[in-house]
Design a protein around this ligand. Structure first.
Ligand SMILES: NC(=O)c1ccc[n+]([C@@H]2O[C@H](COP(=O)([O-])OP(=O)(O)OC[C@H]3O[C@@H](n4cnc5c(N)ncnc54)[C@H](OP(=O)(O)O)[C@@H]3O)[C@@H](O)[C@H]2O)c1
Length: 250
């Protein structure tokens, strides 16, 4: 991790779960982390708790449904920190409903956050790297095991967005190689991680049942895997990492 000390990482969906764990790990490793979400108060309190660590955490409010919010984040980063060296597109959601029961608004929200915002953040990150002549940057997209196969237990529109993330990640990797760039692109696909995710989608009773059915991954397990990915030597590009709880059968 030494070469990342003092450099800038953007983490989307930093207010809870995997994103919050990632912010903590990257700050402890010495990076200047920018954490974004609508729930900026949670990121501020994490930032307070991390005072005195090797790195720092800058909380910024951003609704990934809004293009203007995303562009403002990149403008602020440019002014305050220079630019983005690592972008972790982590924010994501499901409405917990079937395709037949979902409203157009719910489908738009999932497409916007899970897919469009991920593409725009990747685009603006790569622009930021190119402006500064950074050729060793990294874009990591948090996908899901559901992005590799539609499961009977999962929500199906959400699966569609994660299949899109898989195609887009590989597409972006190919675009980087065509451009003769050394910027690395990775997709990380976790199985069950105990976070706010299922609570938001299914409510407390179902979420508790879900997360207590096996020994789930925790946010820091995914964060550790990501530290491994970004610590790889520059000539090594881990493109796809699937990480499941040992007890998960699907
Ligand atoms: N938990 C799992 O079992 C699991 C499994 C596979 C993949 N994943 C993926 O892992 C990623 C992180 O999820 P998690 O498990 O850590 O869930 P989580 O605890 O619910 O966190 C989701 C994050 O996304 C952010 N977010 C949602 N909508 C947003 C919006 N409109 N604008 C800005 N931020 C938004 C939330 O922030 P605010 O609400 O504060 O804005 C929150 O910080 C997601 O991409 C998810 O698909 C999770």
């Amino acid at each position: 991790m030494e070469r990342w000390v003092g450099r800038v990482a953007l983490v989307t969906g930093a207010s809870s779960g995997i994103g919050a764990a990632l912010c903590e790990s990257l700050v402890r490793s010495g990076m200047k982390v920018v954490g974004i979400a609508r729930g900026v108060e949670q990121i501020k309190s994490l930032s307070e708790n991390l005072k005195g660590s090797k790195g720092s955490l800058l909380p910024l409010k951003c609704d990934l449904n809004k293009e203007e919010d995303i562009r403002n984040v990149f403008d602020t980063i440019k002014k305050e920190l220079g630019g983005v060296d690592i972008c972790i597109n982590n924010a994501g959601l499901t409405n917990g409903k079937g395709i037949l029961d979902s409203t157009v608004e719910e489908m738009h929200e999932q497409s916007n956050v899970n897919v469009i915002a991920l593409c725009l953040c990747s685009q603006l990150t790569i622009l930021s790297m190119r402006e500064r002549g950074v050729d060793d940057g990294h874009v990591i997209n948090i996908n899901s095991t559901i992005g590799h196969g539609v499961l009977p237990i999962g929500t199906k529109f959400y699966a569609g967005t994660k299949f899109a993330v898989r195609a887009i990640t590989e597409g972006l990797r190919q675009e980087m190689r065509e451009a003769k760039s050394h910027i690395r692109i990775t997709s990380v696909s976790p199985g069950l991680v105990e976070t706010q995710f299922a609570f938001r989608a299914y409510g407390e009773e179902k979420a508790n049942k879900f997360y207590k059915s096996i020994e789930c991954l925790q946010g820091h397990d995914v964060a550790n895997a990501i530290l491994h990915i970004i610590s790889s030597p520059k000539h090594v590009e881990i493109n796809e990492l699937i990480i499941r709880p040992t007890e998960q059968s699907f």
